[in-house]
Ligand binder design. Structure first.
Ligand code: FES
Length: 638
């Protein structure tokens, strides 16, 4: 006779368990997350489950409610006090007695009602640095029930301990912070009775945008997200101009530190209001950012990061009181900052590493996060290399005559007919494509304002594929005889993409040149890493290319290869990984072992300083051509 088969939905995880096994233990052994604030005492009610009854032929299971043990005394007590919906059971107090299909009710998975935008759908094991533990007689119970002895007690708690105990009729919930196993746990909060809410924030401080995600530390769900332009933009559009601002103005550093901290606090208040939680229930926070953002947030002068050898003031992971960063969260909350990889490859790249995990794979993976600086990682389980390359802002639409940020009205997709050289395009904010006779009515109402980064990549790639641009990036003036869209522009030629009253959107020779310079810098950085790495994957090529960040989300991999932004790779294995830095920050928020993992990985990443490598220039020159003067693209031709 086999042990009963148990299937957990919606995850679909299954396993066989001996009769008498607690359902919560079965769930955990399969990696199915079931909350337990009270440690299985039948008090918190967070571990509720439902049994799906019937014959599940596909899974070869017949499930029935009586395949669970009869109601326990704990469940009866809980139901009498706080009521239990029909069909619900407490998984901490119920054992498996036969085959079962078990549903985890959705209201048990998420603590707050609003789910606006999940950062990503990746699932991973959780073990947050903050836990809520429900107890009576604090210290004895901490030791006996939870194995926590002699915690450090935040002084603020001592003043209220007696009142809290009395208010909770001698039953309290402790918030315990325990990030590192080799440190003593910290009693950071004490609440009368049962508390089953604790939150954390993961913040990605980009030089253009700051993004914040609020997660439940108990369920792991992301319950709200918010973003804002980085207010430091008013001190300088790009990183180097912000460093210059600090160098030129004695008050520059404090002004920028204040601006970013205030912006983050405003985001905290925004998500707290939206989800109706108190900012003091935010007990943990994780931050990532490039080295200059990291230093300015911490209040450290970033001047040294503006020039070689790009010396970081601090590179390791940091845990500092959130109040030292002017954040009003839980008064004893600590902020965790992921380590920076190098003076030019920041904690954001560390977060990308954590989420994409090249160090966990046998395949050789190239991860590229393109902003005004491209951060590049190459490697696998054996070795991992990192570099950054000064691509400049061309990929974001700056330095391009009709360039603009991605916003409604910007051209984002382009196709050019190789016969007629006529374009079709799509603008942000309108679903349809323009057709040969002009632009759809809908587009006229939005208006066409320029071309964003992904549009520029596509239009130049399409111009190259249609033969309008040569391999060397020259707009071929002889085509003017064939198409009215090729027009003289000074001593060079331009391609007219769209004409409207009072404005013409064209691709000029200088625009093509700006993209060539940016992509050559990116490719040369990648190529240096490939040189250092030796042969890449088993096939001698890179097995997988991950394009991270906002840029990577919108650019089509095929076009990145047509222009030679990235090396040859199976197009199927080249794709966007979305906001990988945000995903990595969230992993570090929800599982402290990921913090240890990335701290260890960063120590063994080999840093390559592109500015100091003699071969950079040589690779750069070869990479000015489309797709590349030296390197072939056999996969692309397939
Ligand atoms: Fe608290 Fe089951 S874990 S009631």
């Amino acid at each position: 006779q086999q042990d009963p088969l148990v299937l957990f939905m919606p995850s679909g995880r299954r396993g066989r368990f001996a009769k008498g096994t607690l359902v919560i233990e079965a769930a955990r052994s399969l990696g199915v997350y079931v909350e337990s604030v009270c440690g299985g005492r039948g008090i918190c009610g967070r571990c509720q489950i439902e049994v799906a009854e019937g014959i599940f032929a596909k899974h070869k299971i017949t499930s029935a409610a009586d395949h669970l043990s009869p109601w326990s005394a704990k469940e009866a007590r809980y139901a009498a006090r706080r009521s239990l919906k029909p069909g619900r059971r407490l998984s901490c107090s119920t054992t498996i007695e036969g085959d079962l299909v078990i549903d985890l009710p959705s209201d048990m998975a998420v603590n707050a009602a609003v789910v606006r935008k999940a950062v990503d759908t990746r699932d991973f094991p959780r073990d947050p640095a903050i836990r809520l533990l429900y107890l009576d007689r604090i210290f004895a119970a901490l030791e006996k029930d939870w194995g926590i002895s002699a915690p450090i007690v935040d002084p603020g708690i001592l003043r209220h301990v007696q009142k809290t105990l009395r208010d909770g009729a001698w039953k309290v919930t402790c918030a315990i912070a325990h990030d590192r196993d080799d440190e003593r746990p910290r009693l950071m909060g004490l609440y009368p009775g049962l508390k089953n809410e604790a939150y954390g924030i993961a913040v990605d401080i980009g030089s253009t945008t700051i993004a914040l995600h609020l997660s439940s530390l108990l369920s792991g769900a992301t319950i709200a997200s918010a973003g804002t332009p980085n207010p430091q933009i008013r001190f300088g559009e790009d990183l180097m101009s912000r460093v210059s601002y600090v160098m030129m103005n004695p008050s520059g550093r404090p002004e920028m530190t204040k601006a970013v901290r205030e912006a983050i606090q405003a985001l905290v208040e925004e998500v707290a209001t939206e989800t109706n939680i108190a900012p003091t229930d935010i007990m943990d926070c994780v931050f990532v950012g490039n080295p200059i953002m990291h230093h300015l947030f911490l209040g450290i002068d970033p001047t040294e990061l503006g020039q070689a050898p790009f010396a970081l003031a601090v590179s390791g992971a940091l845990a500092v009181p959130a109040s030292d960063l002017d954040l009003s969260l839980h008064p004893a909350a600590r902020a965790y900052l992921l380590p920076c990889i190098a003076g030019h490859v920041g904690a954001d790249a560390a977060a990308v590493t954590l989420s994409e995990g090249p160090h966990r794979q046998d395949e050789t993976m190239l991860v590229v996060d393109v902003g005004t600086n491209a951060e590049i990682l190459l490697g696998n389980r054996q070795r991992l290399l990192a570099a950054s390359s000064p691509t400049g802002p061309a990929f974001e639409g700056a330095e391009i005559s009709a360039g603009q940020r991605a916003a409604p009205g910007a051209i984002e997709r382009v196709r050019i007919d190789p016969e007629t050289l006529e374009p079709r395009f799509k603008i942000i904010g309108v679903d349809s494509w323009s057709d040969a006779s002009g632009f759809a009515e809908a587009a006229r109402s939005v208006g066409i304002t320029g071309i964003c980064g992904s549009g520029i990549i596509e239009v130049i790639a399409e111009m190259f594929l249609a033969g309008i641009i040569t391999e060397d990036g020259i707009i071929d003036g002889s085509l003017a005889a064939r198409s009215p869209r090729i027009v003289p522009e000074g001593r060079t030629f331009a391609y007219v993409l769209h004409e409207m009253p009072g404005r013409t959107i064209s691709i000029l020779q200088t625009d093509v040149r700006a993209i060539q310079l940016a992509k050559a810098a990116l490719y040369a950085g990648i190529k240096l890493l490939i040189d250092k790495f030796g042969t890449a994957g088993e096939s001698g090529t890179i097995d997988r290319v991950a394009l991270a960040g906002a840029f990577g989300s919108f650019i089509e991999p095929k076009y990145a290869m047509v222009l030679g932004l990235v090396p040859d790779c199976n197009v199927e294995k080249c794709g966007s990984v979305g906001n990988a830095a945000g995903a990595g920050a969230r992993m570090a928020l929800l599982n402290r072992s990921y913090r240890r993992e990335i701290e260890a990985v960063v120590k063994r990443i080999q840093k390559v300083e592109t500015a100091l490598e003699p071969a950079f220039q040589d690779h750069f020159v070869a990479a000015m051509a489309f797709p590349n003067k030296r390197d072939a693209y056999p996969e692309l031709v397939k």
